[in-house]
Design a protein around this ligand. Structure first.
Ligand code: BGC
Length: 583
């Protein structure tokens, strides 16, 4: 089953004149595929909901909480990896692409989750991690057991070291998580052997995607999940699978860090790295996606591919979503854009131009499991715009009140934009980054590989609060939680916000309902004049949006107020606040 039953996703249905108060335009009348306008909610299984009380989220926990996501009003979920894995990189180190890790449940639990989601009209996107496997994967274990030059070794990137005795790594590449990107083997007789490449952790060896055998295996993985009814794939490190011939030396413009942007010190810096490195954005990756697209197109029901590709500029990202490649690409340029009128107007224009040039929808995103949550990030100081992951010793820690107000305003702006938006679990509760995690509880390999110099991403991965008065705030039936939850989770818990006017949860629900009713995902941005630089002011179909990114209040133009990200006194819109008005 892959066609959601409870809610139709076609544009035709969503633009009935009775809903918008005006006749549909020609653009609106074009039946749109669901993914062009979808709001996709990212579930990080370790931290969403724990059914068995062991402190680690699981698939049964997710299933139990799906009705809450239906109430929220999202169209699809993207599940971060739940596959068999030693969990050295929280599941992005996969040891079996076609099974569920026992900590998360079983394949039957996945089927139940997917069936329940589909019954609720929610599509299910799974994560595909093709750049590397876990070192525990049988394919890598077979490569280790096989001799140099064997077919098994050719599935990965093994090379001789440099120097008289091969004692130096084959090139100077650094791991994204810090340290060397090569690890040397010890032969069965104890002598030092070949080196293997791992752009991430030592336990995440890179595949050799020039090898047809690897391509054939992954076609099989795609089919496995498509046959089970998955609605698509979020493709991890979709810009990294092909490496430049000869593996030439390369020194990045910044110290290595998470490709999730956790090390971004200024907008675009990771993108510059991605643009020039011999391991990112090599032209050969596109052949792989054209091949995968043919596989997806064999299946009914508009299955999709969404690229995690940290490349720049947006016109380059758009190459991943040409008509015969993927459907969506994450808009990290938008995520990285500082809170301000001119910068936001520019990135919105650039996004719409770049993606529409290839016939793809723009996507929008503010948070995910790799970056500082936007309720904190948007209040970081200029010298630390994005944060390297933030912790107690970070300079310029955010003001939480300012951060939350900006986050609500930023989300209200994002959800009014045409295209598809991604939400990250917990942002609908206004969760901030957890800054004061005890060092001993941290698990991100970035933390270990930099000897604590970079805090990494644990702060955005703390298990969710569902019930203010329950153990583990309702994350599970016991008080266990794989990362400790802060005391403020009590007031931020879902049940403390449910039905409370003005709560962040109710703001998200209202925005998602109005977005659907007014078919904003299908619309267009018509910029409006009348305000100064800090004001982002546009019309999308039947809705006028006014986002005040500055500090000076402004008087709103005429029109019925549909939504405000903060309560207003009269028609004065304070700084860091967004309003939607009926056009
Ligand atoms: C994922 C990260 C992961 C890395 C290696 C990223 O793009 O989003 O969470 O650590 O890929 O798989």
């Amino acid at each position: 089953m892959n066609t959601p039953s409870a809610r139709e996703h076609t544009a035709v249905r969503e633009v009935e004149p009775s809903m918008t108060g005006e006749a549909p335009t020609e653009h609106d009348r074009t039946p749109a595929e669901w993914w062009r306008t979808a709001v996709i909610y990212q579930i990080y299984p370790r931290s969403f909901a724990d059914a068995n009380g062991d402190g680690m989220g699981d698939l049964a926990g997710i299933t139990g909480r799906l009705p809450a996501l239906h109430d929220l009003g999202i169209d699809a979920i993207w599940l971060s990896p739940f596959y068999t894995s030693p969990q050295h990189d929280a599941g992005y180190d996969v040891a079996d692409y076609c099974d569920v890790d026992p900590i998360f449940g079983t394949l039957a639990d996945f089927d139940t989750l997917q069936h329940t989601a589909h019954e609720l009209g929610i599509r299910v996107i799974v994560d595909l991690v093709p750049n590397h496997s876990s070192s525990a994967h049988p394919w890598f274990q077979a490569a280790l057991a096989a001799p140099e030059g064997s077919a098994e070794r050719a599935h990965y990137i093994f090379r001789e070291g440099k120097g008289q005795h091969g004692e130096f790594p084959p090139n100077n590449w650094e791991s994204v998580f810090g340290g060397n990107a090569w690890t040397r083997l010890t032969n069965p007789d104890g002598t030092p052997g070949q080196w293997y490449l791992h752009l991430f952790d030592t336990t995440q060896p890179d595949f050799d995607w020039d090898n047809p055998w690897v391509r054939a295996q992954f076609r099989g993985v795609l089919r496995f999940w498509l046959d089970r009814g998955a609605d698509g794939f979020r493709v991890d490190v979709a810009h990294g699978m092909i490496k430049a011939a000869g593996l030439p030396d390369y020194t990045p413009p910044v110290e290595g860090g998470s490709m999730g942007g956790a090390t971004v010190t200024e907008p675009g810096i990771i993108a510059e790295w991605a643009e020039t490195a011999p391991y990112w954005a090599q032209g050969g990756v596109h052949e792989i996606y054209r091949d995968w697209r043919l596989v997806l197109d064999e299946y009914p029901g508009e299955r999709i591919l969404a690229a995690e590709a940290w490349v720049d500029p947006l016109s380059h990202v758009a190459e991943w979503v040409r008509p015969d490649e993927m459907h969506q690409a994450f808009n990290f340029a938008y995520l990285e854009t500082p809170w301000g009128g001119p910068t936001l107007r520019r990135v919105i224009d650039d996004s719409l131009t770049a993606f529409s040039a290839v016939g793809a929808p723009s996507t929008w995103v503010l948070s995910n499991h790799d970056v500082v949550r936007h309720a904190s990030r948007l209040a970081l100081t200029a010298e630390n715009l994005q944060g390297h992951g933030i912790g107690p010793k970070t300079a310029g820690l955010p003001d939480t009140v300012v951060g939350l107000q900006r986050a609500r305003a930023a989300t209200a702006l994002m959800l009014a934009l045409p295209g598809s938006s991604y939400l990250y679990q917990g942002e609908e509760l206004g969760l901030p980054e957890v800054i004061d995690l005890p060092d001993a509880s941290r698990e991100d390999p970035t933390w270990f590989r930099t000897n604590g110099e970079r805090y990494g991403r644990d702060g955005c991965r703390v298990p969710l609060p569902w019930e203010s008065a329950a153990p583990s705030y309702g994350f599970g039936p016991t008080s266990a939680s794989w990362l400790p939850q802060p005391a403020e989770w009590g007031t931020l818990a879902r049940d403390a916000q449910e039905g409370v006017p003005g709560s962040t949860l109710e703001l998200y629900k209202l925005a998602l309902r109005l977005r659907r009713e007014h078919a904003l995902g299908l619309g267009a941005v018509d910029w409006l004049a009348g305000f100064g630089d800090p004001i982002v002011h546009f019309r999308n179909g039947g809705v006028v949006v006014v986002a005040n990114t500055g500090t000076e209040p402004i008087e709103l133009p005429a029109g019925e107020l549909l939504l405000t990200s903060e309560p207003l006194a009269g028609r004065t819109l304070p700084g860091d606040t967004t309003a939607w008005l009926r056009a």
